[in-house]
Design a protein. Structure first.
Length: 294
């Protein structure tokens, strides 16, 4: 993750070096060399993705490939990356907050174990109804965590309630329901055990108004004040990510080209499904950066 960029661009190396100094351990070595099991621990995964995404962004800026975004959005953790990209948060403060977010979400998973599953090729309303019925029947929470694109959502919650929701969806014709290899129930009520602690960390993080609109996951509209940003970041742990609506709002404002920065191309593919008429590209490494230059 990020190794080829560091080898080729001093701007990327500076981002990783700064991250290592802030965190007090070699996150860069973990990104470049693993071990995978340690990198896959959410307390490490979240800062690794955050740092890699911003390393890509700094390389883009330094290379004169663009003058910066006209607006920004990020999916779940990526919302913090978007806030840094938009100038609402400094890198160092954002990284400390991301590390604490990962720590607390891991703790929530230990205190209130749960799971997540992707549901494909079903209507949102059907999935919402299955979650409501499963919650009523079991007395335990399950809900849509991510509205990723039309026909693709992720459900999250208590494992018993999730099992009941999945059974209902299969009875209603669901054929592509894929349990995810995670031990936490992100964007569900099971994260409530750590929201107060995370809110304290958010409140202690210096923030300012972004230079360009940042579209929030909860509202799918721009965050218009520092207080709104704080409420969004804290509330995001238990509320769904409305990615489809966020992209649709950006398109309504005139966005025609989306550039994803980070280690993979998940979001650009989602954008293509949401709106096939727009351009969506992913910049993750030197190969994709060279393609952008052509």
């Amino acid at each position: 993750m990020g190794r080829d960029l560091v080898d080729a661009f001093p701007q990327a190396r500076q981002v990783y070096d700064l991250a290592d100094a802030i965190l007090g351990f070699s996150l860069s070595s973990l990104c470049f060399e693993g071990p995978k099991e340690e990198l896959d621990d959410t307390v490490n995964t979240q800062p690794a993705i955050f740092v890699t995404s911003l390393a890509v962004l700094r390389v883009l800026e330094a290379g004169g490939h663009w003058s910066g975004p006209a607006m920004a959005a990020g999916h779940s953790l990526g919302e913090l990356t978007a806030l840094v990209a938009a100038g609402a948060m400094d890198f160092a403060d954002g990284l400390r907050l991301v590390r604490e977010r990962g720590r607390l979400m891991k703790l929530a998973g230990e205190l209130s174990p749960g799971g997540m599953a992707a549901v494909l090729k079903m209507e949102d309303a059907e999935v919402e109804r299955a979650c409501r019925q499963a919650s009523d029947q079991t007395g335990k929470p399950v809900q849509i965590a991510n509205y990723n694109s039309p026909g693709q959502v992720v459900i999250s919650g208590d494992r018993e309630a999730m099992g009941q929701a999945i059974e209902l969806l299969r009875q209603w014709g669901g054929r592509r329901i894929i349990p995810l290899a995670v031990s936490i129930a992100a964007h569900s009520p099971l994260m409530a055990t750590v929201v107060q602690q995370y809110r304290a960390a958010v409140d202690g993080t210096p923030l300012r108004l972004p230079k360009v609109p940042v579209v929030g996951n909860i509202s799918a509209h721009p965050l218009l004040s520092v207080d709104e940003i704080r409420d969004e970041l804290a509330g995001q742990l238990t509320w769904p990510v409305r990615w489809t609506a966020s992209i649709q709002w950006m398109i309504e404002q005139g966005a025609t080209r989306f550039v994803e920065v980070g280690p993979k191309d998940v979001l650009s593919k989602l954008v293509e499904r949401i709106a096939p008429s727009v351009t969506a590209i992913s910049i993750a490494n030197c190969v994709s950066l060279e393609a952008l230059s052509l």
